[in-house]
Design a protein around this ligand. Structure first.
Ligand code: LLP
Length: 425
């Protein structure tokens, strides 16, 4: 169910008018629905009921502390990719024993920080990383739990910039090298081989590539077991897509259906090979937890007629929401207050000095100067990927809970943006 609906012609988040939110907090502002967030997380949690499973929210999608806190209270673990994200987890009330650390370039300091908090597992992506982690753990008198991120060479059929499981991608250990890499890991004294993981890409609408990747992992777990390397968990990564509302785009598979098929396959395998002994299953969803929980509110500054196109110039820009500029992503645009009147075809663009600064192209809108628009399904990879380009402060973030609005991140003040800079003497 969507928590963003029109009531008497005004777009609401839950029971709160987004017109009122724009008036109270200004624009551009990200607005999230707590009910949507809880519902999305629960669709994973419910499908895992009674199982040894952990949902590690991939916080790169949206790492606001209020969001982390809500998810942590519901039992979420976290998939992090930097020391900074670990500090956020701690500040947001997350449990480090439910944290997994992904990423190809972990630094010594980041490893040290994560070990000092005894995180659940490091998802290691290369042999040099294994050696570095072994040394760091040894120097601290600790043992690091590791899982190898294996690249199953599965085509996720998504945008090339967000496909990660192909041979040409920088991620993971090649499937053909996985066995040797596990042997190397098992021989290192300060590492404990705990699991296996993969993440094949993002915004996957179909779960077939994920189930194909699962089969590859299963094959590898069996081979490792026959060598005496017994794995305790299987991490299938994230990647499930959401419905951005683009005409002609297939609807994404439902979370419950995907997890149902995945557990069915795992149960059959465990029954056949391991007398039904379960294996812990970890998920790393990002977009499917937060994507449709948020919108970006923006105000129309000018309507401009170009020679070939009409432009709807708004106060949000590529620095606030990078997805269109970076991936040619399609984002829905809706008026906050529905109006009758003549509609026109527009490109919705921001004020940043780049031709790539567009949020939507070729949309029919009946907008007027001063109207507020909502860029839909902007809860994932929105604020977290924003920048200060053109010395623009980042947008405010507001969380709606029923009829209440909470400011969960203040709008950045331009003076703060250069506060860390200094002149040379
Ligand atoms: N695990 C790992 C190791 C990842 O690299 C990612 C995302 C996830 C989990 C979560 O994937 P999700 O469930 O959100 O698909 N900025 C792009 C998406 C980049 C995804 C990066 N990795 C976008 O806006 O489409």
């Amino acid at each position: 169910m969507s928590h963003f609906n029109y009531q008497d012609g005004v777009l609401h988040a839950e029971s709160t008018s987004l017109s009122d939110i724009a008036a109270q907090f200004g624009t551009p502002t990200y607005v999230y629905s707590k009910a949507a967030l809880v519902e999305n997380f629960d669709s994973y949690a419910n499908a895992c009921t009674g199982r040894d499973a952990l949902v590690c929210y991939a916080m790169k999608a949206n790492s606001n502390l209020a969001i982390l806190d809500i998810l942590a209270r519901r039992g979420a673990g976290f998939d992090i990719v930097s020391g900074g994200e670990l500090l956020r987890v701690l500040a947001g009330g997350g449990d480090p024993s439910k944290v997994i650390f992904s990423g190809v370039g972990k630094t010594v300091d980041e490893m040290r920080l994560a070990l000092s908090h005894d995180i659940l597992c490091f998802n290691v992506e290369s042999i040099p990383e294994l050696h570095r982690l072994n040394e760091v753990a040894g120097s601290m008198g600790q043992t690091a739990r590791v899982s190898l991120r294996v690249n199953p060479n599965v085509d996720a059929k998504t945008h090339p910039y967000i496909a990660t499981g192909l041979k040409a991608n920088k991620f993971g250990v090649a499937f053909v090298d996985a066995l040797d890499t596990y042997r190397a890991a098992a021989a290192l004294p300060h590492l404990e081989v705990a699991g296996i993981d993969c993440h094949i890409g993002s915004q996957l609408l179909d779960d077939a590539p994920l189930l194909e990747a699962l089969d590859k992992l299963i094959e590898l777990i069996d081979t490792l077991g026959s060598e005496g390397i017994v794995l305790h968990h299987l991490d299938i990564g994230g990647g499930l897509g959401i419905d951005y509302g683009e005409a002609g785009e297939a609807a994404p598979v439902a979370v419950g259906d995907y997890l149902g098929r995945l557990f069915k396959r795992i149960d059959a395998w465990r029954a056949e090979r391991y007398d039904g002994a379960p294996i812990k299953v970890i998920f790393e969803p990002g977009r499917s937890i937060v994507g449709n929980t948020g919108v970006l509110l923006t105000t129309v500054e000018f309507l401009k007629q170009g020679e070939e196109k009409n432009f709807c110039v708004v106060d949000a820009a590529m620095n606030d929401l990078m997805r269109p500029a970076l991936y040619q992503a399609w984002m829905g645009v809706q008026p906050v207050v529905q109006r009758d009147g003549s509609a026109n075809l527009y490109d919705v663009v921001g004020p940043v000095c780049e031709s790539g600064d567009w949020l939507a192209r070729d949309r029919i809108l009946s907008a007027q100067q001063g109207d507020v628009l909502a860029i839909m399904s902007a809860g994932a990879y929105g604020l977290t990927m924003s920048s200060n380009y053109n010395t623009r402060g980042r947008a405010a973030e507001v969380m709606i809970d029923g009829g209440q609005a909470h400011l969960i991140r203040q709008r950045e003040n331009p003076a703060d943006l250069f506060a860390l800079e200094s002149l040379i003497k």
